[in-house]
Ligand binder design. Structure first.
Ligand code: NAD
Length: 380
C-alpha cells in the first residue's frame, strides 16, 4: 500500500530523526514545524542539533524526497500524521498542546490515522477523542510513545519494540503495514497501558539516578568520597554492574515525566517528591564542596548542557548549579565546547585554577588540568 506521512513537530529532537528514518524506509514523508530557522537548516542539509549520524540520514532522506514545511495545511493529503510536539507537566502548556492537536485534526483528511509520539497522559488522549472534529472525521488514533535516548535515535529506533496504545485489538490492522515497512517490532496494548509504560520508564530512570545521588549526599555529609567508594564497590562485582554514576539529573524528559507521573497517579509514600529534593540537595552539596575545596570564590565551570556530548541545554541542571553558585557569591566563567567557540577556552581557563566539571564531556579528559584544582560533578 502506498501512503504519505506527515510529522508535526518534525524539526525537533524526536521528530527529525524519525522523519528521516521513515523517509529512508521508502515512505513519502513531510515535516511540519513552526521553527522557521530549523526548517531552513533542514532544507539546506544542515542538522539543527547534534544527533549521531543525523548528517548522513538527513542527506539521504532529502535526496529521496523528504520535505520540510511551516504550513500545517501540508498534512491535508497524508494518510498518517505523527505528532512529536513538545509536552509538559504544566496544565497551561498541556491545554495549548490540546488546542494544537485540534488544529492538526481539523487539517487531517477524513479517515486518516493520527499517531501521538509525544509523551502524553490519558487525559490528553481522552481530550483528543472528545475533540469536536475527531469522530466526524473518522480519525483512528494510536499512542506510540518515543523511547529512544536523545543522541541515539539511529542506533535505537529499529532495536526497541514499539509500544502501541490503541482503542481495541481490531484497529491495529490499520497501522500494521506501516510499522512492518519500518521494520519495527510492535507490542499492542490499550491507551492506558501505553501511557503508564512510558511515564513509568522515565520516572524509574529518574529514580535510579536520584537514588545514587542520595547515597552520594550521605557520603558527602560524612566527609566520604562517594565516587571513589562506588568505583571500589563495583570493581568486578556483578550485582553493581548497571549502577549509574552520581551526577546532575536534568534534560527535557526525566524531570517533566516524573512530575507528570506524580500528577497522574499520585505517590502515597512521597517517593517521587523526595527524589526532587534529593537532587536539590545534591546541587547544594556540590556548592559545599566548592566552598571547602577551592581557596577563593573564582571558578571556571566546564559543561553546561544537560548531559555529556550533547548540545541540548533544555532543563540542564548544570545551568541550575551555575545560578546557585552565582547566588552564593561565586564569580563563575563558563565554557562548553558544544555551545562556545573553541577560541574562548584559553581565556576562560586563565580566569581561575578552580575547575568545576559540571557536565563531563569526553573532550575534557584531553584538557591539561594537572596544575588545577578540579571538582567533577557529573559523570553521566
Ligand atoms: N528529547 C528526547 O530525548 C525525548 C525522548 C522520548 C520522548 N520525548 C518526547 O517527545 C516529545 C518531543 O520532544 P522533543 O525533545 O523532540 O521536543 P523539541 O522541542 O525538540 O521538538 C518539538 C518541535 O515542535 C515544534 N513546534 C512547536 N509548536 C509547533 C506547532 N504549532 N506546529 C508545528 N510544530 C511546532 C517545535 O518548533 C519543535 O521543533 C515530547 O513529548 C518529549 O517528552 C523526547
Amino acid at each position: 500500500m502506498k501512503y504519505k506521512v506527515a510529522v508535526v513537530g518534525g524539526a525537533g529532537h524526536i521528530g527529525l530523526p524519525l522523519s528521516c528514518y521513515i523517509q529512508n524506509a521508502g515512505i513519502d514523508t513531510s515535516i511540519i514545524d513552526t521553527n522557521e530557522e530549523n526548517i531552513d537548516k533542514i532544507n539546506s542539509f544542515t542538522p539543527p542539533f547534534l544527533e549521531h549520524d543525523l548528517d548522513n540520514q538527513l542527506k539521504k532522506a532529502l535526496s529521496s524526497g523528504l520535505k520540510a514545511f511551516t504550513q500545517i495545511e501540508e498534512i491535508k493529503n497524508c494518510e498518517i500524521v505523527i505528532v512529536t510536539l513538545g509536552t509538559s507537566s504544566n496544565q497551561q502548556i498541556t491545554d495549548k498542546f490540546h488546542q494544537l492537536i485540534e488544529t492538526v485534526i481539523l487539517n487531517m483528511k477524513e479517515g486518516s490515522t493520527l499517531i501521538l509520539r509525544s509523551t502524553v497522559t490519558i487525559e490528553t488522549i481522552n481530550s483528543v477523542i472528545e475533540g469536536v472534529n475527531f469522530s466526524s472525521k473518522k480519525i483512528d488514533l494510536f499512542y506510540c510513545p518515543e523511547r529512544i535516548a536523545e543522541g541515539k535515535a539511529f542506533l535505537e529506533l529499529d532495536k526497541i519494540p514499539q509500544i502501541i496504545g490503541s482503542k481495541d485489538s481490531k484497529s491495529v490492522e490499520i497501522i500494521d503495514d506501516f510499522f512492518e515497512k519500518l521494520k519495527f517490532r510492535t507490542i499492542f496494548v490499550n491507551y492506558e497501558e501505553a501511557v503508564f509504560i512510558k511515564l513509568f520508564l522515565n520516572t524509574y530512570r529518574y529514580a535510579q539516578f536520584s537514588t545514587i545521588n542520595y547515597f552520594d549526599n550521605i557520603a558527602s555529609n560524612n566527609s566520604l568520597d562517594f565516587k571513589k567508594l562506588l568505583t571500589i564497590a563495583s570493581d568486578t562485582y556483578p550485582r553493581l554492574e548497571n549502577v549509574p554514576d552520581s551526577g546532575l539529573v536534568g534534560g527535557p524528559c526525566l524531570i517533566k515525566d516524573s512530575q507528570t507521573f506524580l500528577n497522574s497517579y499520585g505517590d502515597p509514600r512521597d517517593l517521587i517528591t523526595n527524589y526532587f529534593n534529593i537532587n536539590d540537595d545534591y546541587i547544594k552539596n556540590t556548592i559545599d564542596k566548592c566552598n571547602s575545596y577551592f581557596q577563593d570564590k573564582k571558578i571556571v565551570q566546564l559543561g553546561l548542557t544537560f548531559k555529556p556530548d550533547s548540545d541540548d541545554l533544555r532543563d540542564s541542571q548544570a545551568i541550575v548549579l551555575n545560578n546557585y553558585l552565582i547566588k552564593e557569591g561565586f564569580e563563575v566563567k563558563t565554557f562548553d565546547p558544544y555551545i562556545n567557540d573553541e577560541e574562548e577556552l584559553e581565556s576562560v581557563l586563565d580566569f581561575s585554577d578552580n575547575i568545576l566539571i559540571a557536565t563531563h564531556h569526553k573532550i575534557f579528559d584531553s584538557y591539561d588540568l594537572e596544575s588545577k584544582k578540579v571538582v567533577v560533578v557529573g559523570d553521566k
